[in-house]
Design a protein around this ligand. Structure first.
Ligand SMILES: *Cc1c(COP(=O)(O)O)cnc(C)c1O
Length: 355
């Protein structure tokens, strides 16, 4: 595999939206990264070219059987003006695990990292500067062989696109209302809940639409077997503080191994907090709420960083957490991670990589 990245520049460049007008995933930059795979040849022709629609055969395997994986990470413009990716190696690693589970041939991890860095380097001017805004990086691998048989495809396309995104909380961090669902499930052990693959999200839409129609922001998923243990909140990992203990579900294959989850766990352990990766049932959370020891609940994920949960509703019963206000640890984690991302604080863990 040659890892020289060919660069073809766009003839005309798009206007950049103002930082204050940025939403999520609606605007794409001038260039994209592409690389192809053919059985017997391997991955070939890594290149950066103008962002444009691509041709797919109607019989392309991904359209029928969803053989696909993706990632989501961000580049930030620090207060010093430099552009940095947050923990890109972790995302490369996770994409490799996802690809393996979906029978997609492995990418060279060095080249995958280089694809992020080179593309963001070409599009550096697209990285917005206001704290809270960022350039979202979406690497994706799809099976593009034209073949309707059910087996791993013999041809793939790897591409990376970039989208400048606004602050997740333009009006400041706000607690969300969550519906605990027991009618639908997201994942089971042995399934694909632990990998970032398209089908998981298609399968989750119905439950989250139902929750939205009922006035909730998102759903909290319980485990698929007992419908009892807390798994994830929407497309975020979940953390619950009961008394002095912070609890988050263990990585048993049903939840995504979030990079933000890992960052939050690392920081809290350094702060000498009691942190447990263990199963927690919804009944344990309800009991703690009744006893007044359910202190804070929050989600973790690249998009929001930390998302405070203000209310949980389960079987028609509403639990208000911390009076519906952002808890002190929720706030502290958010501030600490954001400060590292924007180089407002030292990066003691070497989490950021300068572009
Ligand atoms: C991406 C994702 C997360 C969060 O992972 P991060 O690496 O922190 O962004 C959590 N759960 C699901 C289902 C996800 O898709």
């Amino acid at each position: 595999m040659s890892d020289t990245i060919r660069i073809t520049r766009a003839a005309t460049l798009k206007p950049h939206p103002k930082d204050s007008e940025l939403a999520f995933g609606t605007v794409f930059t001038d260039h994209m990264f592409r690389m192809d795979y053919k059985e017997g040849k391997g991955w070939f022709d890594p290149r950066i070219e103008p962002y444009a629609p691509f041709l797919l055969e109607p019989a392309a395997a991904v359209l029928h059987y969803a053989q696909e994986v993706f990632e989501g990470l961000k580049a930030f413009r620090g207060v010093d003006g430099k552009v940095r990716l947050f923990r890109p190696q972790k995302h490369v690693e996770r994409m490799a695990n996802s690809a393996k589970r979906m029978c997609i041939p492995p990418l060279d991890p060095e080249l995958a990292l280089k694809s992020f860095l080179t593309l963001v380097g070409v599009e550096k001017e697209w990285v917005p500067a206001t704290v809270g805004t960022s350039l979202y990086v979406r690497p994706t691998i799809i099976a593009n062989e034209a073949f309707l048989g059910v087996r791993p495809a013999h041809a793939y396309l790897y591409f990376v696109i970039l989208s400048p995104v606004g602050a997740y909380y333009p009006e400041g961090m706000a607690p969300v209302k969550i519906l605990v669902v027991d009618k639908y499930v997201r994942a089971v052990e042995g399934g694909v809940g632990g990998v970032k693959t398209a089908g998981n999200y298609a399968a989750s839409l119905y439950a989250s639409e139902e929750a939205k129609h009922a006035g909730f922001t998102q759903v909290l998923w319980l485990d698929g077997v007992h419908r009892k243990y807390i798994d994830e909140v929407g497309t975020m990992n979940i953390m619950v503080k009961i008394g002095d203990e912070v609890i988050t579900p263990p990585l048993t294959g049903t939840i995504l191994p979030g990079v933000t989850r890992d960052s939050a766990l690392t920081l809290m352990r350094e702060w000498d907090l009691k942190v447990s990766e263990r199963q927690i049932s919804i009944d344990e959370a309800i009991l703690a709420h009744k006893q007044g020891t359910l202190k804070e609940v929050w989600g973790t994920g690249t998009a929001a960083v930390i998302s405070p949960v203000g209310e949980l509703t389960y079987k028609g019963e509403k639990m208000v957490i911390n009076g519906g206000e952002i808890g002190p640890l929720t706030r502290k984690l958010y501030d600490a991670i954001v400060a590292i991302q924007y180089a407002q604080a030292p990066d003691a863990h070497n989490w950021t990589v300068e572009v």
